[in-house]
Design a protein around this ligand. Structure first.
Ligand SMILES: [Zn+2]
Length: 105
């Protein structure tokens, strides 16, 4: 019985959601630009927005993967810097937190 089972479940659900969405964004990003230059300008702006989304989602995916790894290794909930337990309230608000509040600032 994993004490972080609930969090693990929630993180895994979020991870698959993010992966699905990122795959969609990726397909949009790799779509060919329209030949018309006006459409191209719109499309480029669109691509910039998509790239920003892709970046944010990639970061979140990496954070979730790291948190899942800490759960499986049994180090989840322990600050990666000082080794003190992370406040459960902080983990609730930010399940991917790897450090305690004092080490995060
Ligand atoms: Zn700490």
């Amino acid at each position: 019985m994993n004490e972080h089972e609930e969090i693990e479940k929630a993180l895994k659900a979020r991870l698959s959601e993010l992966r699905t969405h990122r795959a969609k964004v990726g397909r949009e990003l790799h779509k060919l630009l329209p030949a018309d230059s006006e459409d191209q300008a719109i499309e480029l702006e669109n691509q910039e927005a998509l790239e920003a989304i892709d970046k944010t989602e990639t970061t979140e995916i990496l954070q979730i993967e790291a948190a899942l790894k800490r759960i499986s290794e049994g180090t989840y909930g322990t600050c990666a810097k000082c080794g003190e337990p992370i406040d459960p309230r902080r983990l609730k608000a930010l399940p991917t937190a790897a450090t305690c509040i004092s080490c995060s600032t």
